[in-house]
Design a protein around this ligand. Structure first.
Ligand SMILES: [Cu+2]
Length: 181
């Protein structure tokens, strides 16, 4: 330390810069570089979701909705920032007024219960509450029997995105998760 006090500022800067790979510097930064790596592992989005380890990364999600108010799948994994195609088909036969389906993908942290309840009264906008669009990552059209819709979207941030059908009464059973990693 004492030696450094006598070195001119420019030389000191050079000295410090060139010291980046020095042994002293390595000792100081090594624990710091290990810590973030460990934290990242523990915080892998959705790593606590049962079965997620067996779900392959996809860029084409295919879903059906039926007259029993069920999606055929409820867990997907995509790459954050990558374009993803999603196709929903309503394979039911009940009239549209009684049994329609959509897929609404919500941003991480959205209150699913609150959104689903607000959607009930949003009849004029295919049950997408217009004052909550900021919570919506992407959504399909509302589909009657035999209809299908394909959308393309990107989930920009890694995280867990809930998806639901917002037809009144459906989001309790018609819901799932897309993990963007
Ligand atoms: Cu539905």
């Amino acid at each position: 330390m004492k030696k450094i006090l006598f070195v001119p500022a420019a030389a000191l800067a050079l000295f410090l810069a060139s010291c980046g790979g020095g042994s002293e510097s390595t000792e100081a930064t090594a624990p710091a570089t290990e810590a973030p790596a460990a934290t990242t592992d523990a915080a892998t989005p959705g790593s606590d979701i049962p079965g997620i380890a067996d779900v392959p990364v996809t860029d084409h999600i295919e879903l059906t909705g039926n007259d029993q108010m069920q999606f055929d799948k409820n867990l997907f994994k995509v790459k954050a920032g990558q374009e993803v195609k999603l196709t929903l088909k309503n394979i039911g036969t009940l009239p549209a007024a009684a049994m329609s389906h959509n897929v609404v993908i919500l941003l991480p942290g959205t209150d699913v219960q609150k959104f689903g309840e607000a959607a009930v009264t949003a009849k004029d906008s295919e049950h997408i509450p217009q004052d909550m669009l900021a919570d919506v990552a992407a959504h399909t059209k509302m589909l009657g029997p035999g209809e299908s819709d394909t959308i393309t979207f990107k989930l920009d941030e890694p995280g867990v995105y809930d998806f639901i059908c917002t037809f009144p009464g459906h989001f309790g059973t018609m819901r799932g998760k897309i993990v963007a990693e």
